[in-house]
Design a protein around this ligand. Sequence first.
Ligand code: HEM
Length: 529
Amino acid sequence: MFVENINLIPVLFILGILFILYKMILYPKIRLMQLQKKYGESIKVVHHYGTGLLMEYKKGFQQLNDSMAFIRKMSKENQSNVEAFAFNIGPKIGISFVYPELIKQVHKNHDAFQKIDVSQAVVYLFSNSLIYATGKQWQRQRQFLGKSFHFEEIKNYLPCIKDICIKTSNQISEDIRINPQKEIQVVKICEKVTSEVVFRVFFGSTQENILIEREDGQKLSISEELVSIVMDSFRILQQDKLLLIKSLILKRYSMKIFPLREEKSLHNRLIQLKKACETIVLQRKKQLQLDPALYKNNFLDLYLKEMIQNSNTQITIDEIIANFCGLFFAGTDTTGNMTGVALYYLSLNPQIQKEAREEVIQIISKKNSNLDLKDQFNYITFEDLSSMNLINSILKESLRLIPPAIGVFPRYANRDIKIGQFELKKGDLVNTHFIYNQSNPSIFQNPEQFDPKRWMNGNDLQFAFSFTPFSLGPRNCIGQHLAMIEGKCMLANFLLKYDILPNKSQNIGLEMKIIYGLSPDNLVYFKQR
Ligand code: HEM
């Protein structure tokens, strides 16, 4: 018996290796071939051993300076009969839909899909948030948060957005007074504004006095640490293959079961970050319980009011923190990229820049013509921003050309489901790469050209289902109106204060990191007007 057991070990080992080889190499290849055979020309196949689709992104960036080169190429070749493309990520098979009707079907059936765990930090911080919630929990959270994202509510945040824009441009003006040749990191500057906006809209105060101390003694604000942790959690997955395999197998439990050194350090930082958020939330709850008159119009107070007044509420402190982190993640880099990309294109197109500036001046100088133009930004109203057609179109064109979200978060099917003619098995991955339609020459003439005017004079209606940077259906972006208001405010402010000039020395790439965007970022010069 004992001898038999010893002989079993190498056999089991070899069987294990064969199983892994089958799952990693043969299985994805066979299923992709089956899909190609079954759906013929309606489907394209993207296959790479190992990281699969992610390898295609990497290859595109290394060879053609654009992580999305393969999708743009597919779209350019104008294969109008292509409805989807099939891919693998490791052993997993997925279908990404590009045909607008099928994209709509995926979003209509949103309850058949569950977003995948993209990194340990994302899971730890926002698995309890609106972004990840499903079923009744999602409905309840969406309804609650939806009130604060209503068009009418967003008006109330305008003074805070303007204040942050002015503070940021004062700092830029000081920097360029000292060094007029300073290269401006357009996306980073816009992200500075958008991160502060989410923080203040949520917590109602600035973040300057809330600092987290790292093990090495470095002190960071909550939002700086939040950005850094999310970035680090993706970075360690890319750099450490062992950690990648471990988290593919153990999924969201990887950080807790035999944690590796990097995981331990990440876990400690995550605990500290959550604690810092919890301290703010609990302190505020105490204040409001003692004196309800302190109540203000921000997300935190709205949540706490509900908790204090409604004893049956399902809202928890953990859900509040998860939603702060979730909104920060969803709303900061995306909006910053959209606006940074718009500024970059304006630097390359001086005529459009001139017209955009004239539009802003014409709208705001109607009321306060005695004021200096730069000061008139203080008086800009929500209605002024809503009537800025060209500015709005510039942001839309920026979202079309370089959409920060190239598609939705990848999801897996939680049951077998048919989308159009395509049969998905439970566990298959699903995505909708809307960048495909946005660069399709049969939908958008000269798709690589920056042409904001294509959105004007009612022309945009024809693109309703081909231009979906905020996704579609019930799970579309809850923050889209806020994003557009922030973008318009930043553009109006910068256009009034600076001429935006191109930094032609840069070799520009389009890279898919956590989101898709320009790399590097120091792409313009600002010249004080
Ligand atoms: C240009 C800026 C933005 C873009 C391109 C964008 C894009 C998107 C997309 C594509 C989705 C769908 C994701 C999916 O289903 O997997 C989404 C969802 C979401 N976005 Fe945005 N977003 C932007 C700004 C914002 C802002 C400013 C906020 C809030 C501060 C925000 C909060 C959210 C939330 C909470 C969801 C999840 C909604 C749900 O599942 O019900 N986003 N966004």
